[in-house]
Design a protein around this ligand. Structure first.
Ligand SMILES: Cc1cc2nc3c(=O)[nH]c(=O)nc-3n(C[C@H](O)[C@H](O)[C@H](O)COP(=O)(O)OP(=O)(O)OC[C@H]3O[C@@H](n4cnc5c(N)ncnc54)[C@H](O)[C@@H]3O)c2cc1C
Length: 410
């Protein structure tokens, strides 16, 4: 079978989709387009620096380029370097796998005060994303709103000692920032009771190994449901752990009503079962989900979709991964999604030999191909200092220089 398919987004969903398409139909031309000069999306810029085992999935993705023949067009932004209309005219099928990168705002009074930071913004800065803002001063007592896996990741990273980051790919700047953060206490709050908290039990159990913390768990409750009770027991087992001075407090059943503070976040007022409670803090970290970046008309596309559930937006236009489903699900969950969509695309596909496909991208002088990425990758791995597995390049300009093997300007 022949045909030209452009996938926008070289994160897990895009890579799993390319893998499934090329497995079923090796004759296809499959191009993965990404706004970053580097592939793998949140595997590189979301998955925690100390979870290298999870990042190993990128070796599987590498084979999609190296063995299955997919092509990478990095540093190409849909909406800026190429329009959706142009792509749709050039390819037999276009798939949007662009993820959801914006932190959902904390839509309560004071939710936009200085000192309120989204988990995505913070993790991008921690993981040296080239478009990230500077790491903020969180003060001695950050408070986390939300207790899903992203919140637990953040808690663990803020709580770890520098020695506990050995083997990670945390950069030198973020490493210094963490080591010098002066954090004394982290409070983590969830709206639901512990029984229905969004975190995975395995993430909670990992916290029991932290080397420098004292943990309190308040109001974990109990449940008749055995699955819920397991979750409660996991978090309850943390209560009383005392391996060091950094205090962690888990709170449940707290619905944020307002962030309070004169000029920056100083406290959060919550509704409880009975009443209201104010918890003071030096900053607020929100981990309450993600939304679209605004450069693609996601809502309109999904609203008008002919079969949004299957990812079929319009003839020859599809969506997958977080971009389609919303900000839920782990990396492996995107595989099932991608496999189902690949079958649908192949069913629908009508190959038009007159379509130019990747030829329309040939003029984009700043695009980075897979070889360019392997140069960046090799440099980052070779430059890793002792105790780190990689030294990420943090700027686009330097990435482009490495990709092209250019000398550094003197
Ligand atoms: C902080 C955090 C930690 C996580 N940790 C884990 C974990 O430990 N384990 C786990 O299994 N899951 C984890 N997840 C979930 C996992 O990352 C997602 O399931 C997965 O990344 C979703 O894949 P995706 O391809 O849909 O989106 P993404 O990974 O976001 O990939 C989207 C890609 O599209 C590109 N893109 C966006 N807009 C454009 C555009 N206009 N033009 C071109 N390209 C564009 C982006 O640069 C990106 O590379 C985590 C998520 C977050 C946010």
């Amino acid at each position: 079978m022949s045909g030209k398919i452009a996938i926008v987004g070289a994160g897990p969903s895009g890579c799993f989709l390319a893998q499934a398409l090329l497995k079923a139909a090796p004759g296809l031309e499959v191009d993965l387009i990404d706004r970053l000069p580097v592939p793998y999306g949140l595997v590189r810029y979301g998955v925690a620096a100390d979870h290298q085992g999870t990042k190993a999935v990128s070796r599987q993705f590498a084979r999609v380029f190296e063995r299955q023949g997919a092509q990478f067009f990095g540093n190409v932004t849909l909406g800026a370097d190429v329009t959706l209309e142009t792509l749709r005219a050039a390819y037999d099928a276009v798939v949007l796998a662009a993820g959801l990168s914006q932190d959902r705002p904390l839509a309560i009074p004071g939710g936009d005060l200085p000192g309120v930071h989204g988990a995505g913004t913070l993790t991008r800065a921690l993981y040296d994303h080239p478009d990230a803002c500077a790491l903020p001063d969180l003060g001695p007592r950050p408070l986390i709103v939300g207790n899903g896996n992203v919140a637990i990741d953040l808690l663990r990273l803020l709580a770890k000692t520098p020695e506990e980051m050995t083997g990670s790919d945390l950069g030198a700047g973020p490493g210094e920032w963490l080591a010098g953060s002066g954090i004394e206490e982290i409070t983590i709050t969830g709206r639901s009771p512990a029984a229905q908290a969004k975190f995975d039990t395995v993430m909670i159990k990992e916290l029991a190994k932290l080397a420098g913390v004292s943990i309190r768990v308040i109001g974990a409750g109990a449940s008749d449901d055995p699955v819920e009770q397991k979750k409660i027991e996991a978090v309850q087992a943390l209560d009383g752990i005392a391996t060091g001075p950094r205090r962690i407090t888990f709170r449940f059943g707290l619905t944020p009503l307002a962030v309070e503070g004169e000029t920056s976040a100083e406290a959060v007022r919550f509704a409880t079962d009975q009443d209201e409670e104010v918890l003071s803090c030096s900053s607020v970290l929100t981990a309450i989900g993600f939304g679209p970046a605004g450069d693609l008309p996601r809502d309109a596309l999904l609203a008008d979709a002919r079969d949004a559930e299957a990812g079929a937006l319009a003839p020859g236009l599809y969506a997958t991964g977080w971009f389609r489903r919303g900000p839920r699900g782990t990396i492996p969950e995107n595989r099932a999604d991608a496999q189902a969509l690949a079958a649908r695309i192949l069913d629908d596909l009508k190959s038009d030999p007159d379509k130019p496909g990747r030829a329309i991208l040939a003029d984009l002088a700043e695009a980075v191909d897979y070889t360019g990425w392997t140069r960046i990758d090799a440099h980052e791995t070779e430059a890793a200092p002792e105790g780190r597995c990689r030294a990420k390049i943090a700027t686009r300009a330097e990435m482009l220089r490495r990709a092209r093997q250019e000398e550094r300007p003197k």
